[in-house]
Design a protein. Structure first.
Length: 187
């Protein structure tokens, strides 16, 4: 009797264990949501950076810096327009939720506010350093978020664009770094 109860328990455990699904890295809906979160973060960044040239109405920068800021603004304005097109073409794609925890959002807002104040309340070479540093950080983010999304997105057209955006942002980022080195490392 005891033996048959043990046998039934073993059989039941084997049956239940057989029904267990194998762990999956990400379920399709989770992967789609992850891509949407990435697009939301990229969209937020290009939207903010697309306005960088407006600082030149308030602040004076040397010609190489001001020209570079205008080129960065132009690239990110084009990127914002293209990302707007993506969301119009694919209703499943949305930029309204970035998936970040509340503390991360608050930290990012605090950093953005502090960076804005630092830039606005500086002038001359200090202003140029601050604005160039902020653009290096933003372009770096755009480059690597675009590359990451290109690997994760299943849409070939978007993948192609994201790869191109990353390639287009890279030389601008290198020019930002060159200006920083020229003025502050090699001086």
């Amino acid at each position: 009797m005891r033996r048959s109860i043990c046998g039934i328990l073993v059989l039941a455990l084997m049956t239940l264990a057989g029904c267990e699904s194998l762990p999956v890295a990400q379920k399709p809906q989770q992967a789609d949501m992850s891509v949407n979160h990435g697009y939301a973060l990229l969209y937020d960044t290009v939207s903010q950076v697309s306005q960088v040239d407006k600082i030149l109405y308030l602040k004076k920068a040397d010609k190489p810096v001001s020209e570079l800021l205008e080129e960065i603004a132009q690239l990110t304005k084009q990127a914002k327009t293209k990302l707007d097109t993506f969301v119009k073409e694919d209703a499943a794609l949305g930029y309204d939720k970035d998936g970040l925890p509340v503390a991360e959002v608050a930290s990012r807002e605090a950093i953005s506010s502090a960076t804005t104040k630092t830039i606005l309340f500086s002038s001359g070479k200090t202003f140029e350093f601050n604005i160039l540093l902020s653009q290096h950080q933003a372009l770096n983010y755009i480059i690597y978020m675009s590359q990451t999304l290109a690997k994760q997105d299943s849409n070939d057209s978007r993948k192609t664009y994201l790869k191109q955006l990353s390639k287009d942002a890279e030389p601008l980022n290198q020019r930002v770094l060159a200006l920083l080195r020229e003025a502050y490392v090699n001086s």
